[in-house]
Write a protein that binds this ligand. Structure first.
Ligand SMILES: Cc1cc2nc3c(=O)[nH]c(=O)nc-3n(C[C@H](O)[C@H](O)[C@H](O)COP(=O)(O)OP(=O)(O)OC[C@H]3O[C@@H](n4cnc5c(N)ncnc54)[C@H](O)[C@@H]3O)c2cc1C
Length: 287
């Protein structure tokens, strides 16, 4: 099957892209890496009249330190994130997660802005954004908005992006020496979307967990924080297997996994405990 016919425009700047969106309204759709949108076009799950290709919007590229954050432009590819020393140094949780995003060919073209905008509930980046407390930056025709990751993901493939807005960048807080990160997912095959995954960020004081954020993905219509399980880790020695039992039991209060094509709810509940165990083990190792 092939896509419906569409007009293709390739603006040379963010301003021109915003103008293209404004003039075509709901008939237009943005194209970034095309790794999700092009298959959707070919399957006729999406049929925009106009594709607005962001590739020439230089403002959307690049990885740089900005104050206490690492700012990553929306058009930055998964491969660029994977090879970035700044990401390894400043956002180790993202560095841990990116190898799990799809396969090499898709990582060469797929972008962080595309992934966050798509908001697939089984995608890695939305959970990393939630666990780290990232801020997502969007530009509309009149103003820029900065949206906390916790407020950005609204539901299944649904975000806070409004018509006419473009996601321009995401800012991840720079990890401190007291932060530890852990990431694990279970998928049927390496590179597939996860059956269940967990992105975790904890801060440590005097060898004990001072604060923890456990962001699960592929268990609900969006990434969610397991707050009860995270609270049970606070005050415990970092990476102590003994704290696992309490945290695993606490998961029942946090998660009521949504079944999908990959697994039933009970299977996902069980796997949520498995990934928690592996992540707690990672947290014991200096990140
Ligand atoms: C076989 C396969 C396996 C995959 N496995 C995984 C996986 O394991 N984990 C994972 O996370 N992803 C996976 N993906 C998806 C991949 O990561 C995509 O790159 C990503 O989801 C979308 O990024 P993109 O740049 O390709 O966006 P596109 O496909 O170009 O666009 C996706 C959507 O986002 C919108 N959009 C894009 N950029 C912006 C922007 N800047 N502002 C506003 N809206 C925008 C588009 O209009 C479109 O609706 C997989 C894809 C394939 C084909």
């Amino acid at each position: 099957m092939k896509s419906r016919d569409f007009f293709y425009v390739r603006p040379g700047s963010l301003q021109q892209a915003l103008q293209a969106l404004a003039s075509h309204g709901s008939a237009a759709q943005l194209l970034a890496g095309g790794q999700s949108l092009v298959p959707a076009l070919n399957l006729r799950l999406a049929a925009p009249e106009v594709l607005v290709d962001l590739q020439d919007c230089a403002e959307l590229r690049g990885i740089k330190v900005s104050g206490q954050s690492l700012r990553i432009g929306a058009l930055t590819t998964h491969a660029q994130i994977q090879s970035s020393p700044e990401v390894v140094q400043h956002v180790p949780l993202l560095a841990r997660a990116v190898p799990y995003v799809a396969h090499t060919a898709i990582r060469n073209r797929g972008t962080i802005g595309g992934s966050l905008s798509l908001a697939d509930p089984a995608a890695e980046y939305p959970a990393v954004a939630l666990a780290t407390g990232a801020v997502i930056i969007v530009q509309g025709p009149a103003k820029e908005r900065r949206i906390a990751a916790a407020d950005f993901f609204k539901g299944l493939y649904t975000t806070d992006l409004q018509p006419g807005e473009i996601l321009t960048a995401v800012e991840f807080p720079i990890a401190t020496a007291d932060d530890r990160s852990g990431f694990y997912e279970l998928a049927r095959r390496r590179g597939d979307y996860a059956m269940v995954g967990l992105a975790a960020q904890v801060s440590v004081a005097q060898g004990k967990v001072a604060a923890a954020r456990l962001a699960y993905f592929a268990v609900a219509d969006r990434p969610i924080l397991a707050k009860t399980a995270a609270a049970s880790l606070v005050g415990q020695p970092i990476g102590d297997p003994a704290c696992l039992s309490a945290a695993s039991h606490a998961l029942a209060a946090d998660l009521d996994p949504m079944p999908d094509l990959q697994a039933q709810s009970q299977t996902k509940s069980y796997l949520a405990g498995v990934v928690l165990k592996r992540v707690v083990q990672q947290l014991g190792v200096t990140s």
